[in-house]
Design a protein. Structure first.
Length: 490
């Protein structure tokens, strides 16, 4: 028994966290924990307010990692549902129910009271997601499933609870869709790993249709490693089995999790935590003969190896492991390439060309050297496909706004360029951001010419306007190594 009298604890076998690499059926479950009651609110370090009960869940998950939580649903309170509602995007598209955020806000307290009652009594029913398609940079279309508004609210509340457990379990090299983590931090970790570790080979891995092929059975087994609350588990099952509605036709979902659902990123991270993270960490410690660098952002994986033999062995064993859980690597998008500080030298000695490049999180990474010292570094620029697709979208929107007031179009263009700058602009991408600004100015000039009878709009007249509409790029992000050291002082 545990020290606390209000916690029901059932001793179970030891779980993955003690170093066992597999999360198989025969693996033991952790101990069960009935967490503390909901209490008053207090501010967190992030500035948000968290119930004392949720803080207790996080504390219990951190200190007793071998336990399962048997009572979690009582944390879904009207207050948490209200916070979850206001955390949603107000202009988001409605789901199959057609209810918008503004419509639901009218009479909000009564609606939330009824929703809370249905969730606690078990009469809440998940609605199917409305499926739409959004274009990808390569011309294909990506399915996006839009949940009904009440489903979004409940999922957001459950996400807030489960995050308290899994944020203390997830590994440091996992960056995707986690509170307080961002793509820039994943890029920084990758840069520092290649700079400070002995890396000569890189595995750029892509899991084919990961979100569409997640096994529901395995998903629930992985969740049950930490969650023993049957009502919470039934909620998750309802969302997985709700199905999708496309053109008014309902279809059942037996595998996969809806891309666009609020809880899907967490379920994906839990799935890969047991399928990949725990296994890869043990493999790196016990099997590898040299340095291994791992960075994962959702289902995007990049690994660096000191020895080619380690890289090839890892790839073979990783393919075998994925097969056990209904997944496979994409054969055309998974590559093992020579990449690192000695790649230039070794390839030149063999009479081969420059080291290959790879794309990660929208940036093309390539081997380079500093002009000042000649030391090895990893450069990155915005991926060409991504940049071209964005410029085409800007040009199309400028064409659509051709007859709007010039000041309105300029203000819109300024906001777009500021967003691009905030995301992309780091010391290595300044040249590419300058080029995108010039291209946007050229598109604006072309549209201005077409909207009038004048044959030309002279650049002398246009440059002052462009200086106001398209701000000159400024370095907003520090050097990756400096930011990594600041966020990882240890």
């Amino acid at each position: 028994m545990q020290e606390k009298s209000d916690c029901a604890v059932v001793p179970m076998n030891r779980s993955n966290q003690e170093g066992q690499p597999l999360a198989e059926v025969g693996e033991g479950r952790a101990q069960t924990e009935e967490n503390i009651e909901q209490s008053h609110m207090f501010p967190t370090q992030s500035g948000k307010r968290m119930s004392q009960g949720l803080a207790g869940v996080r504390q219990a998950a951190s200190t007793r990692k071998q336990e399962r939580f048997t009572a979690l649903l009582h944390h879904v309170t009207p207050d948490l549902l209200r916070d979850s509602f206001y955390a949603l995007k107000r202009q988001a598209s409605p789901g199959v129910d057609g209810v918008t955020w503004t419509h639901y806000e009218a009479g909000l307290e009564g609606r939330l009271s009824d929703l809370h009652s249905r969730v606690q009594r078990g009469t809440y029913r998940a609605k199917p997601s409305r499926r739409v398609y959004i274009p990808k940079a390569d011309g294909r279309q990506r399915p996006l499933d839009i949940a009904a508004l009440e489903d979004k609210v409940v999922q957001q509340a459950v996400l807030a609870i489960l995050n308290q457990i899994y944020e203390v379990d997830f590994k440091g090299f996992s960056y995707g869709f986690r509170p307080g983590r961002s793509p820039h931090q994943a890029l920084d970790a990758l840069y520092v790993g290649f700079q400070r570790k002995r890396v000569n080979w890189l595995l750029d891995a892509d899991i084919r249709g990961f979100f569409d092929n997640m096994s529901h059975e395995w998903t629930m087994k992985f969740i049950e490693h930490r969650v023993a609350d049957r009502r919470m588990l039934r909620l998750i099952q309802k969302w997985l089995r709700a199905g999708v509605s496309e053109d008014g036709q309902w279809s059942e979902t037996t595998v996969g999790t809806p891309q666009g659902a609020g809880v899907s990123p967490l379920l994906a991270n839990v799935y890969l935590h047991y399928v990949f993270d725990l296994w890869a960490e043990v493999w790196r410690r016990k099997v590898a003969s040299g340095d291994v660098v791992i960075v994962r952002y959702a289902d995007d994986l990049v690994l660096g190896f000191q020895h080619r033999a380690d890289a090839e062995r890892f790839l073979r064993e990783f393919q075998e492991r994925l097969g056990k859980f209904g997944l496979e690597l994409h054969p055309d998008k998974t590559r093992l390439i020579e990449f690192g500080r000695f790649a230039f030298r070794d390839r030149k000695r063999r009479g081969e060309g420059k080291p290959e490049t790879f794309i990660f999180l929208g940036f093309t990474h390539y081997c380079g050297h500093l002009r000042s010292s000649g030391a090895f570094t990893v450069w990155r620029i915005t991926a060409t496909k991504r940049m071209v697709a964005k410029l085409k979208a800007i040009k199309a929107e400028l064409q659509r706004r051709k007859h709007h007031r010039t000041s309105e179009v300029g203000e819109w263009l300024r906001k777009v360029k500021l967003v691009i700058t905030n995301i992309m602009l780091c010391p290595e991408t300044r040249f590419r951001c300058n080029a995108s600004g010039v291209a946007s100015a050229g598109s604006s000039r072309s549209i201005l010419i077409r909207r009038s009878q004048r044959a030309q709009v002279r650049w002398e007249r246009l440059v002052p306007l462009m200086d106001r509409w398209i701000p000159r790029p400024r370095i907003l992000h520090p050097h990756p190594g400096e930011r990594f050291d600041a966020t990882h002082p240890q």
